[in-house]
Design a protein around this ligand. Structure first.
Ligand SMILES: C[S@@+](CC[C@H](N)C(=O)[O-])C[C@H]1O[C@@H](n2cnc3c(N)ncnc32)[C@H](O)[C@@H]1O
Length: 205
C-alpha cells in the first residue's frame, strides 16, 4: 500500500461521511455518459470511493462493477450491501467475466497514477472495453506533481497534474479515440479539472 492509499484507508469513513458531494458538473457528466451508453450497459468503475457515482449510474440504468485500490473503501461499500473489488488498475486483472465492459468510469482517481504509468493503465482499461465503448474520467489540471493534504483525508496524498494536450496524447496512445477534454472546469477549492471522454478505438493498443 503506498502513502496515498494509506491516507485514504485511514480516513475512508470520514471521506464517505464528509467527502465531496455530487456537483452539478459531475451529475451532468454521469447523465451524459448514461445516455450515450444506454440502459443495461456494463461499467467498470476505477476508484469508486464512497460509491456516490455508482449509485447515480445504477439509478440511470447502468450496471456498475465497483472497484477501489483502497481496502477501507471496498469494506465500506461491502458493508452497504454492494459487491466491490479491491483492484489496482496498474497491475491487477481487470477482465470482466464474459464480455468486455461497455465503459470505464474513473472520476478523480487516475490523478493518483504516476505520470509514467498512466499510459499503461489506460491501455489496460482499453483492453477490457469493447470497441466503441466509452471512457469517462476527470483529472486535475496543472503542471508537475506533488503532495497535498486537504478535505476529509488528514494525511498527504500524491497528485499528478496534467495539461490537456499532453493528456490527449497519452489517452490516444492507449487505444482511445474521439477524445474530448474540457479544461479549466472549476472545483470547490479553486482548483481546475480536466474532464475527459473518449471512445475505445477499433485497433488493439
Ligand atoms: C478523490 S477520491 C475519488 C473517489 C470517487 N471516484 C469520487 O469521485 O468521489 C480518489 C480515489 O482514487 C483511488 N486511488 C488512489 N490511488 C489510486 C491509484 N493509484 N489508481 C487508481 N485509483 C486510486 C482512491 O482509493 C479513491 O477512491
Amino acid at each position: 500500500m503506498n502513502e496515498t492509499v494509506r491516507a485514504y484507508d485511514r480516513d475512508a469513513a470520514a471521506y464517505v461521511a464528509h467527502g465531496p458531494a455530487m456537483t452539478d458538473a459531475v451529475r451532468a457528466r454521469v447523465e451524459d455518459f448514461a445516455q450515450r451508453l444506454g440502459a443495461g450497459a456494463r461499467v467498470l468503475e476505477i476508484g469508486s470511493g464512497g460509491g456516490r457515482d455508482a449509485l447515480l449510474m445504477e439509478r440511470l440504468g447502468l450496471r456498475v462493477r465497483r472497484t477501489d485500490i483502497t481496502p477501507g473503501f471496498v469494506a465500506l461499500l461491502r458493508a452497504q450491501g454492494h459487491e466491490a473489488d479491491l483492484l489496482d488498475p496498474l497491475v491487477d486483472d481487470l477482465a470482466a467475466a464474459g464480455d468486455p465492459y461497455d465503459a470505464v468510469w474513473a472520476n478523480a482517481s487516475l490523478l493518483h497514477v504516476a505520470r509514467v504509468d498512466l499510459r499503461v493503465v489506460l491501455t489496460r482499461l482499453a483492453a477490457v472495453t469493447r470497441v466503441g465503448g466509452l471512457l469517462g474520467a476527470a483529472l486535475k489540471e496543472g503542471d508537475g506533481d506533488g503532495w497535498s493534504t486537504h478535505g476529509a483525508i488528514s494525511g498527504p496524498r500524491h497528485f499528478t497534474y496534467w495539461r490537456a494536450d499532453h493528456l490527449r496524447a497519452v489517452v490516444a496512445a492507449a487505444g482511445w479515440t474521439g477524445i474530448e477534454i474540457h479544461a479549466g472546469v472549476a472545483g470547490r477549492r479553486g482548483e481546475a479539472w480536466l474532464e475527459v471522454s473518449a471512445v475505445r478505438d477499433g485497433v488493439s493498443p
